[in-house]
Design a binder for this molecule. Structure first.
Ligand SMILES: Cc1cc2nc3c(=O)[nH]c(=O)nc-3n(C[C@H](O)[C@H](O)[C@H](O)COP(=O)(O)OP(=O)(O)OC[C@H]3O[C@@H](n4cnc5c(N)ncnc54)[C@H](O)[C@@H]3O)c2cc1C
Length: 385
């Protein structure tokens, strides 16, 4: 057997022995996932066991280097692990903005001390992060942000407001874009990290159309931030922010990667009676397979250093529009029963709440219109774009 075949066989045996049966069920929604943090909450002993076992092996972040808490796997080994986990239906052990967003940015722009300190905590699920980018008036036009860090020698004093900060009320730390020079729009922003328990930080939850409150307004009132908590160079935080956004868009695009055939299997009778619905479901499955193939191709290109930097915009656009279509079909197939909002039988209105939640997919992390602008300009090179 080749080294990779041996790795595949050993990985399968390890997963079969170590992934508890409960962790082979799909994650129902965001609240059903493990988010870690300083004061973690686990839905079940199996969730904690799975998280601890995977962290111990470095497989919460399989391709990060071992000194930073990762598994040190090669791209080919990471792919095998993903495939074997998918075959057994293993859940991801840890949902984390640290893994999906901040980690890659720290690997590229962080100092060695920052990498050792923060990445290990992220890999073990010991720290939960939120993202302080958007402000009232600065969403798509993010570079106009106003939150200001005043230089006080060995620290900054940060004042301002962020908005739509996902899980700000549950996060331990924030990665935050702060203006440190008012004279240069792009080269006047710094990328700072600070503890959400610092005096002067307050959060106020915002309710979504789905009835949940997954995000907040976040206020900074004279918040001291030590100078060694900057990532990258002073006033060059825009470079870090853009790089991180690419990873955020890849993360959000994952919403499009739902199991193929599952909708049809759930609604077999309806499928037999309704040729239009059958055609829509078949088209969704075909598009999902195309999306998956595009994702695998992009990952291979990226690992080989040949990826186009705007590819995550394509993934984000396609994946989130696909997920919205899927939710529309779930509602169409469910008929009036799918509108049930509160009963136990409807899982507390799981279907309509999920359907409404998907409406935000094409806004969060950059809107579909903005993604299309980027694709037109940077990939298609369209005249006038
Ligand atoms: C569920 C959810 C979670 C989020 N989590 C976070 C978070 O954790 N941290 C964070 O910082 N932010 C977060 N956001 C904010 C998100 O990044 C912004 O909502 C997004 O970037 C859009 O900005 P905006 O809401 O200010 O809309 P605007 O920028 O005001 O856009 C309004 C409309 O104008 C359109 N538009 C704007 N500019 C253009 C253009 N140039 N061309 C064509 N159309 C345009 C947009 O497509 C949109 O339809 C979250 C948002 C959502 C919905």
């Amino acid at each position: 057997m080749s080294d990779l075949e041996t790795f595949r066989a050993e990985t399968r045996v390890w997963l079969e022995a170590n992934c508890p049966p409960e962790m082979r069920e799909p994650v129902r929604d965001e609240t059903d996932a493990c988010w870690g943090g300083r004061n973690p909450t686990y839905k079940s002993p199996a969730q904690k066991l799975w998280m601890d076992r995977m962290a111990e092996k470095g497989w919460t972040v399989p391709d990060w280097p071992k000194p930073y808490g990762g598994g040190g796997l090669s791209p080919a080994e990471s792919k095998i692990l993903r495939e074997e986990m998918a075959k057994l239906g293993c859940r991801s052990p840890l949902s984390s903005f640290g893994i999906w967003m901040l980690g890659p940015a720290l690997l590229k722009f962080g100092t060695e001390a920052q990498k050792i300190h923060y990445l290990n905590q992220i890999a073990k699920g010991e720290i939960r992060w939120c993202q302080g980018y958007s402000e009232p008036g600065s969403g798509s036009d993010l570079v106009s942000l106003q939150t200001f860090g005043e230089d006080k020698g060995d620290h900054w004093i940060v004042n301002g407001q962020k908005i739509w900060t996902s899980y700000a009320d549950k996060a331990d730390w924030i990665f935050c874009l702060v203006r440190t020079d008012k004279h240069d729009k792009y080269k006047g922003i710094s990328f700072l990290l600070f503890d959400m328990a610092t005096p002067g930080v307050t959060t106020k939850p915002i309710k979504l159309i789905s009835g949940n409150s997954p995000f907040c307004e976040t206020f900074f009132d004279n918040v001291p931030v030590p100078k060694d908590q900057i990532v990258g160079e002073l006033n060059r935080g825009w470079d870090v922010a853009k790089y991180l956004l690419g990873h955020e868009r890849e993360m959000i695009s994952g919403a499009g990667n739902a199991p193929v055939g599952s909708l049809g299997a759930l609604h077999k009778e309806l499928m037999a009676q309704d040729p239009l619905l059958r055609a829509e479901m078949a088209k969704l499955d075909v598009d999902t397979l195309a999306f998956r193939a595009m994702g695998e191709k992009f990952i291979d290109e990226m690992k080989a250093g040949k990826g186009h930097p705007a590819q995550p915009n394509m993934m984000k656009y396609f994946g989130t529009e696909l997920n919205k279509r899927r939710a529309e079909l779930v509602m169409a197939a469910g008929g009036s029963d799918a509108l049930e909002w509160e009963s136990d039988g409807s899982g507390g209105g799981a279907k309509p709440r999920q359907w409404l939640r998907t409406k935000a997919n094409s806004i969060e992390g950059g809107t579909s219109e903005v993604m299309l602008n980027v694709i037109a300009k940077r990939i298609l090179d369209l005249p006038g774009a």
